[in-house]
Every structure is written in C-alpha cells, then in structure tokens.
Design a protein around this ligand. Structure first.
Ligand SMILES: CC(=O)SCCNC(=O)CCNC(=O)[C@H](O)C(C)(C)COP(=O)(O)OP(=O)(O)OC[C@H]1O[C@@H](n2cnc3c(N)ncnc32)[C@H](O)[C@@H]1OP(=O)(O)O
Ligand SMILES: O=C([O-])CC(=O)C(=O)O
Length: 371
C-alpha cells in the first residue's frame, strides 16, 4: 500500500453535481461562465439540488420556501449573544451556530428524502441569517428580521446592514454567490461527504464542512488576501512586497490550486467585478494592487489566482468586514455541500480509505514500572 500525499489525483467518488474537465467548471453540465453572467443564486441552488434549471413557477415556489425559512430559532440568537463575541473568529461562531440549528430541528435525525430536502432549505436560508445576526450582535445592534420579497443576496445585505441594498451591490453579491456555490470534491465538500457517509445527519455534515472551509489553505484564504493587500498598501509596493514574501518562502494567499494549473475560471469574473466595483468606490488601488501582485506572481512562480484572490477586493468594495469574507463563502458553498450530501445519501457507502503505516513495528510491551 502506497499513500498519495493529499490524495492528489485520486478519484474518490462519482458525482453529477459539478465537474472540472480540461479547466472548465460546470454545475450539472452548465458552464460557470453562463451561470455567472445570467443566473440568480436561487436558480443555481435549485439546479445543484434538483439537477435541472427551474421554470418560472418552480423558481418562485423555491424562493418563497427559502424566504419563509430565514428566521432563526430564538435560542440560536440567544446563544450567539452569549459567545465571547470580540475574541472569536466569525467562522467559529458560524460553525457552532449552524451545529446548534440541529438542536432546534425536530427532523434533525429524520433520514427520509423529504425531511433532508426540507432541512437543506432551512440550512441554506439560515446560514445567511446567522452570518448577518452574528455581525450585528457583535456590533451591539439589533438582529433584523428578513424581508420575504427580497432575493437571497439582497436579504443577506438587508439583514446585515439594515438597509435594502442598491442594485449594484445586490448583483455583485449574487454573482459572487453563484461563483462560489460548488466545486467538485474540494476539501470541505469531501469532509461533508465523509461525515454523512456514516449516515450521520445533515447538520453534522454541514458543521464538519464549515470547519474544513475555515482553514487558510481553503476558504480562509480570502480574508488573508485582504490582509496582504492592506499590508502592501499601494500598488507601487506590490512587487517588492511579493518578492520579499517569496524569498521568505511564505505561501501567498489566493494563488495556486490543486486542480487548476492553467487558471481558475472563476477568477476572471471576480477580477472584472473588482475592477468595476473599485472604480465605483473610487478606490481603484485595490484592483491595481491585485493586478500587480497577479502579474508578479505569474512571472516569479507561474502560479495563477484562485477564486479567493479577487474576491477579497470585491468584498472589501462592497463594504463587507474582512472577517466576514469566509462566512460569506460558506453561505454560498452550503448549497454545494447540501447537493453533495443529498447525492451521498442516495447511493451511500461508508468512506473509509487506508493508511500506509510508517511507525515502528514489532515493539515489545514494557510494563510501566520498567519504562
Ligand atoms: C477556495 C479554495 O480553496 S482555493 C485555494 C485557496 N488557498 C490559497 O489560496 C492558499 C495558497 N495556496 C496554496 O496553499 C496552494 O496552492 C493550495 C493549497 C491551494 C494547493 O496546494 P497543493 O496542490 O498541495 O500544492 P502545493 O502546496 O504542493 O504546491 C506546489 C508548489 O507550489 C508552491 N505553491 C503553491 N501555492 C503557493 C502559493 N500560494 N504561494 C507560494 N508558493 C506556492 C508550493 O510551495 C510548492 O512548491 P515546492 O514544490 O517548491 O514545495
Ligand atoms: O476545489 C478546491 O480544491 C478548492 C476550490 O477552489 C473551491 O473549493 O472552490
């Protein structure tokens, strides 16, 4: 038995949710470029879960179902209020709050398709409410009830800021959510599948996935990209900063990818959004700095930006707090996790690989008084 480090190149399951073939990303066979340009996030969630694009009536019904489920159980809000709010990362708060949703769901352990679909809707809606509620409670503000007639993207911004967003912000958040929704067998999705393949419940699978997304090698990179941009400060510092970091053998956040070696197809959309939004805010320096880092990184290391790189300046331009960037990723990716969880249940087999043993062998037990 020989181990493959990081399971690189190992095909661990079949899936019909999303594909990456020759550098092209599709959700259920639809190219991400078309979905990013034309689809609402709700349409994409429907597509991921039910395998087809909804017609008008199906979409209205689905949006209505989501809208009805944004409100959080009061004990979950009270629990968030009890967190050491200023000492924790929002991803830790989101992980714990999502886990607690399971405590107030009578169907948490009900394994029928119907119950699992209903839980998926509740989780998708409530992820946005948890992120917004955490942020407001941390700022000493009242939690805002959702508005039933708003889109998912607009409702999130409304619950976060207390104002119905303008069209530009709503569209930008919608597009970012579409771009982050699913990505084949990335680390957090694999985590979710491993968890539920024991026939554990949906809440456990999503909680485990949030834990995996939190790490800086995965979803946690977007917040760290913004930290780097803040440290760089001005576009003219970018080259020197990056060369210094590479000399110190630091990992540059937002670059490189396990699967894409010729570029992440989502990055060009986020780059364009970053250009447009930074022009609107009058802070083009974040875009220019990002482009400079991108150029130098390509030249120096041949590494290209991933989805987390330009999303940082996009979210910053939308006025979003930097430590909410990864929770916002989770709000989108929960749709993919749920699609994969439902797919795993449909054709389940325990996921249990082997390890190549590298420890000592044939050791003789020595009683404690003789050690
Ligand atoms: C949504 C997402 O999860 S997208 C990824 C988000 N993560 C990041 O942006 C973090 C920065 N990037 C990375 O750490 C990596 O590129 C990963 C984790 C994304 C992919 O990692 P792997 O496929 O395991 O590649 P690995 O880490 O083996 O890198 C191969 C080589 O490129 C180098 N490398 C890869 N990414 C980077 C980077 N961002 N900065 C500097 N060097 C890098 C490695 O140091 C390694 O060099 P070596 O062969 O001289 O040791
Ligand atoms: O697929 C991966 O390894 C990471 C990634 O880009 C994602 O999860 O969106």
């Amino acid at each position: 038995m020989t181990a493959t480090r990081g399971l690189e190149g190992i095909v661990a399951t079949t899936s019909s949710v999303s594909s990456i073939i020759d550098g092209v990303l599709t959700y259920r066979g639809y190219n991400i470029d078309d979905l990013a340009d034309y689809a609402s996030f709700e349409e994409v969630v429907y597509l991921l879960w039910y395998g087809k694009l909804p017609n008008q009536q199906e979409l209205s019904g689905f949006k209505a179902e989501l809208s009805k489920n944004f409100a959080l159980p009061q004990p979950v809000v009270d629990m968030i209020k009890s967190f050491p709010l200023n000492d924790i990362h929002p991803m830790a708060a989101v992980r714990t709050a999502v886990s607690s949703l399971g405590l107030y769901d009578e169907e948490a352990d009900e394994m029928t398709d119907e119950a699992n679909s209903a839980k998926a809707i509740r989780l998708q809606a409530r992820l946005a409410s948890i992120v917004a509620a955490f942020s407001r409670i941390r700022d000493g503000l009242e939690v805002i009830e959702p508005k039933e007639d708003l889109s998912y993207a607009a409702n999130f911004l409304y619950m976060l800021n207390g104002e119905v967003p303008d069209e530009v912000s709503e569209k930008a958040v919608n597009k970012a959510l579409v771009l982050h929704a699913d990505h084949e067998l990335n680390a957090s999705t694999f985590t979710a599948r491993v968890c539920v393949a024991t026939l554990s419940d949906v809440y456990s699978g999503v909680t485990a996935a949030i834990g995996a997304l939190k790490g800086p090698l995965h979803g946690g990179a977007n917040e760290r990209v913004m930290k780097m941009l803040s440290e760089v400060g001005e576009p003219e510092n970018a080259e020197e900063y990056l060369k210094g970091a590479l000399e110190r053998k630091e990992k540059i956040m937002g670059f490189g990818h396990r699967v894409y070696k010729d570029g992440d197809p989502r990055a060009k959309h986020l780059r364009e959004m970053s250009k447009q939004l930074t022009q609107i805010t009058g802070e083009s320096k974040w875009y220019e700095m990002s482009v400079k880092l991108d150029e130098v990184m390509t030249k120096e290391k041949g590494l290209l930006p991933n989805v987390d790189f330009y999303s940082a300046s996009v979210y910053h331009s939308l006025g979003l707090k930097h430590d909410l960037f990864t929770p916002i990723f989770a709000m989108s990716r929960v749709s993919g996790w749920l699609a994969h969880i439902l797919e795993q249940y449909e054709n389940n087999r325990l996921i249990r690989p082997r390890a190549e043993y590298t420890g000592p062998s044939m050791q003789k037990y020595v009683s404690i008084e003789n050690r």
